[in-house]
Design a protein around this ligand. Structure first.
Ligand SMILES: NC(=O)c1ccc[n+]([C@@H]2O[C@H](COP(=O)([O-])OP(=O)(O)OC[C@H]3O[C@@H](n4cnc5c(N)ncnc54)[C@H](O)[C@@H]3O)[C@@H](O)[C@H]2O)c1
Length: 668
């Protein structure tokens, strides 16, 4: 399609004339059929809701068509309205716009729906099985139209994907404010999501899906590499590293797909089970998985060879993770590190496949016999945990990877609890990311080069590396390991070919690193060294953005881990300090109702305004979370916030006093 036609299609929004009916493409990875949750009256309501987007003259055709979608898929996606142009992040100048910031947001939206990036692109789902950008194609079309016509004195309000409209604001205000899945707290059970989503009034935005900040699996390769490296440090005896050691896990999907690559970068043998053959094929063809097996005997022989040769290699088992674990128990194969990344935040709707059923049988049962499906999932979880317990008894270090594995296993009655009521295993945030990274302000900072040019990304890598090297010359010993891991990462990033979709990069940095890198990018844009604006952002899985008692805030031990003030404070604070867009979500990672998380996007265009905004906003965006972690008496965070106060006299944070444990004991 010519550029001109693409631009016309964007400006048009929802077409006046009905486009031709689209065929359902079986080659594409589709979202599972959702369960039939609505009663007869609610179905009528869902249909009426969907028709709100269209001129009444089309209702005769659209009403039966949408009713059929609801019946067949459990949702109304409005497939007919999928655009005819190719979906990918274009050069920012390709987007018709009056606001450059809005054009940057369009680029990010298209990147999140690019079939090379998104998990179920035709259902507008980016990752995590149900992490939606929009609920239906009408919302996408209308949003793109609003973005193309808005100015820097307007703000678009997005309610769970629905563009409520453009409202007058000012140039320092966010261009878009996103809320996803925000519901009255008592209505946050899994079936509430099923119902509200089927009605077309709410959606699960996961983390970066609903805020258009997902940059493909690269975003998570880095975090996973850091996790595997640090998990390796926990089990090594003599600084011997991960050579010849096995890391066994599951999932090759949106985020989990990063595991094989990360294991290899960390020098280990990555062994990953995945039930969905299409997903296995995608990761294998991208080169993220080295070899694929369907026969467990053949695979075990290959693993033993890799152990003997200390190969850094990734091997995928196309099948159920429970079959793989049970085989290792049976073969008495020693496993060094173990984890799991099935989508257990979404256990009843395709996140976790029961053992003993084919992939197709599971999908069929999920839609047509959800109660039986639930029973199968729970049985599988109990077997899953039994096998893991046998291997940890022999020395394996197992950690929960933030997918609600421990939580759902406990709910399924698996043998996962200690006598004192704690889980037998730690989450990776409790043991690794929290105390080593988040408490010091280190988190997943990322950027996208809006020109789409690899040369801009190259230069930005070099700028970031120079900044980190400069800071590390005087960095205190508490953060030296983090600095070194990230300098090594950015030095090797290009060589590791991590880009899928937009020209994006990620690294972990603290407030000083993030601010200095962003300011240096802005200068390079001003000087014309980088050819177009850079869009900054981060994963929601960070120091300040997410309140999640089983993950991001699992190493908060003052009883406040079930509060969500930090995430809410964060998004509000980012909003008035200059973010280009902000988002706040119910659900993300560990599941609907289990977490409140938010993020931001910020465009750097080389202007003095951008410089002012980035300094103000990034400072809050990191120090808010360090303050809360410090108040929870986390020692690394107390250290980090004291340092931050020395660097910025206007920062005055309430510090905790430490009570004597013997004194407390004596009181009861
Ligand atoms: N990577 C990280 O750093 C990270 C951090 C926090 C949380 N998580 C969590 O990890 C989970 C996975 O995320 P994702 O984006 O990859 O989700 P995803 O749904 O894209 O991928 C999960 C994959 O697991 C497969 N699967 C399900 N049951 C299986 C089984 N029994 N055996 C083998 N494979 C099975 C699915 O087919 C799917 O491809 C989510 O719950 C996410 O929140 C990941």
């Amino acid at each position: 399609m010519q550029l001109n036609d693409f631009q016309k299609a964007i400006v048009q929004g929802i077409p006046q004339l009905l486009p031709k009916l689209k065929t359902y493409n079986p080659e594409v990875n589709h979202a599972p059929v959702r369960k039939d949750i609505l009663n007869a009256d609610e179905k009528k309501l869902a249909l009426k809701n969907a028709l709100r987007y269209f001129d009444a003259k089309h209702h005769n055709i659209l009403a039966p068509e949408f009713a059929e979608e609801l019946k067949k898929y459990g949702r109304i996606y409005m497939y007919r309205f999928r655009p005819d142009y190719k979906m990918y992040a274009r050069d920012i100048e390709a987007y018709p716009h009056k606001s450059k910031q809005a054009a940057g947001i369009m680029l990010m939206l298209q990147n999140n729906l690019d079939p090379a990036v998104a998990q179920h692109p035709e259902e507008l789902i980016t990752y995590g099985g149900n992490g939606a950008v929009f609920q239906n194609w009408a919302q996408y079309l209308l949003t793109m139209r609003y973005l193309s016509e808005m100015t820097d004195e307007q703000t678009l309000a997005l309610y769970s994907g629905h563009p409520m409209g453009l409202y007058p604001s000012h140039k320092d205000a966010p261009r878009v404010v996103v809320t996803n899945g925000m519901v009255i707290p008592n209505y946050s059970a899994q079936d509430d999501w099923e119902k509200f989503n089927a009605l077309g009034v709410s959606q699960y935005g996961q983390m970066t899906a609903g805020s258009f900040m997902y940059i493909g699996p690269q975003g998570i390769v880095h975090g996973t590499t850091i996790t595997v490296l640090n998990a390796g440090r926990k089990i090594e005896k003599d600084g011997e590293g991960l050579g010849g050691k096995i890391f066994v896990t599951s999932g090759l999907g949106g985020m989990s797909g990063a595991q094989p690559k990360a294991a290899v970068i960390a020098g280990a043998i990555g062994i990953i089970a995945e039930v969905n053959p299409k997903v296995v094929h995608t990761r294998h063809s991208q080169g993220w998985v080295d070899e694929v097996f369907t026969d467990l005997d053949v695979m075990v022989a290959r693993i033993r060879k890799a152990q003997a040769g200390k190969e850094a290699i990734s091997l995928a088992y196309q099948g159920n993770i429970v079959d793989l674990w049970e085989k290792f128990v049976q073969e008495d194969l020693y496993v060094d590190l173990g984890s799991d990344q099935t989508s257990l935040h979404n256990p009843w709707a395709g996140g976790y496949y029961p053992v003993g059923l084919t992939f197709e049988e599971s999908n069929e049962m999920m839609a047509n016999n959800p109660e039986e499906f639930k029973i199968k999932v729970k049985e599988t979880l109990r077997r899953h945990v039994d096998a893991i317990n046998k291997l940890t008894a022999k020395g394996m270090y197992f950690f929960d990877y933030g997918n609600a594995f421990l939580l759902e296993s406990s709910r399924a009655g698996a043998d996962i609890m200690k006598e004192n009521g704690d889980f037998k295993y730690s989450s990776y945030v409790q043991d690794i990311m929290g105390p080593m990274c988040f408490d010091y302000g280190f988190g997943p900072f990322r950027w996208v080069c809006s020109s789409g040019n690899a040369e801009d990304l190259d230069l930005s890598d070099k700028i970031a590396m120079n900044v980190l090297e400069e800071i590390s010359k005087t960095a205190p010993k508490e953060i030296t390991q983090q600095m070194q891991d990230n300098i090594r990462w950015i030095r090797e990033a290009k060589e590791n070919k991590l880009v899928v979709g937009s020209q994006a990069r990620i690294l972990y940095a603290d407030c000083e690193g993030r601010t200095k890198i962003a300011a240096a990018f802005n200068d390079a844009i001003k000087d014309g060294k980088i050819s177009a604006p850079i869009i900054l952002g981060r994963d929601h899985h960070d120091v300040s953005g997410t309140d999640s008692p089983y993950r991001e805030t699992s190493n908060i031990y003052d009883g406040s881990s079930f509060t969500a003030d930090m995430a809410i404070q964060n998004v509000i604070g980012d909003g008035f300090r200059g973010a280009t867009w902000i988002s706040i979500h119910n659900g993300g990672g560990v599941g609907w109702g289990e977490v409140v998380n938010g993020g931001f996007g910020m465009m750097l265009d080389g202007s003095a305004d951008a410089d002012r905004r980035l300094r103000m906003m990034l400072h809050w965006d990191v120090n808010n979370g360090i303050s809360r972690r410090s108040w929870a008496r986390n020692e690394g965070a107390v250290f980090a916030i004291k340092r931050a106060m020395e660097a910025e006299p206007n920062l005055k944070v309430t510090l905790p006093n430490f009570a004597d444990d013997d004194l407390i004991e004596g009181c009861f």
